[in-house]
Write a protein that binds this ligand. Structure first.
Ligand SMILES: Cc1ncc(C[n+]2csc(CCOP(=O)(O)OP(=O)(O)O)c2C)c(N)n1
Length: 261
């Protein structure tokens, strides 16, 4: 929120809906860190809904990929910290932002692990409004054809996209049945429940020989009352008063996680 406010730009709602998922992936699930980022054995994360890059940036900074102060240059002239992920930023695996590319890239990456007999896993987060892109369905078919059980796709199912509710812009329900019919193993989860997220990822692969899909039920704008479930905040910057309210509410919602969690 701080960096979006100072940059005067950002995909606020969608970053707040996926940040809990990213936090859990980077801090409890994936074997990837600044130390092993050059290793071919690291787990891979590809942010398919690239517009929510602010969530990715702060999780990468928190993990030590780059100094958090770098984010003060967000969206400034000549900064690499632009409004969609680019590999010029340490920790970013792939340039994304044109929707519908993250899953196909993840499928190729997971297939390369199988061909090279490597054990790394591939994770990708997609938006529900991104699903109508046809490339996702080619990728979904290919993933099950090659039995890519080292691949986990997570849908940030906040039920909104850029111009309205996902169900009205282009309905993709029932997402679970569609992916199951494509040969995936699917689970539903509350995408803001840390314990449930960790347990779900610990159960990967959900079935041997099948790619896994987590449908994470989330709230767009999570944690800021006037942003929650409000399409207006797909892309938007709070004014000073709204910013203060947002920071207070987010601070108030902060949970202390025990060391052994
Ligand atoms: C190929 C392509 N078409 C259109 C866009 C413009 N666009 C940016 S975000 C967005 C909506 C995406 O909705 P969703 O994936 O549900 O994102 P979320 O609500 O999680 O932020 C669209 C259509 C784009 N980035 N790429």
């Amino acid at each position: 929120m701080k960096y979006i406010f100072h940059a005067n730009a950002g995909h606020t709602g969608g970053s707040l809906s996926c940040i809990d998922i990213l936090n859990v992936l980077y801090n409890h699930v994936m074997n990837v860190s600044p130390e092993n980022f050059a290793s071919p054995d690291r787990d891979r994360y590809i942010q398919s809904k690239g517009h929510s890059v602010e969530a990715l940036y702060v999780v990468l900074a928190d993990k030590g990929f780059f100094p958090e102060a770098d984010l003060e240059t967000l969206c400034k002239y000549k900064s690499h910290y632009i409004g969609h992920p680019t590999r010029k930023v340490k920790g970013v695996e792939q340039n994304t932002g044109a929707l519908g590319h993250g899953l196909p890239i993840s499928v190729g990456t997971a297939l390369s692990a199988k061909l090279d007999s490597k054990n790394f896993r591939v994770f990708t987060v997609l938006g529900d409004g991104e699903l109508p892109e046809g490339s996702n369905w080619e990728a979904a078919l290919t993933a099950s054809h090659y039995r890519l059980d080292n691949l986990c796709a997570i849908i940030d199912h906040n039920k909104l996209q850029i111009t309205g509710p996902t169900s009205q812009v282009c309905n993709t329900d029932p997402i679970d049945k569609k992916f199951e019919s494509f040969g995936w193993s699917v689970r539903h989860i509350d995408g803001h429940d840390y314990e449930a997220l960790i347990k779900t990822f610990e159960a990967l692969p959900f079935e041997r020989g099948k790619p896994s899909l987590v449908i994470a039920h989330t709230v767009k704008g999570k944690g800021v009352s006037y942003m929650e479930n409000n399409i207006k905040w797909h892309h938007g910057v709070p004014d000073e008063k709204q910013y203060e309210v947002a920071l207070n509410e987010l601070d108030g919602a902060m949970i202390t996680v025990p060391d052994d969690f």
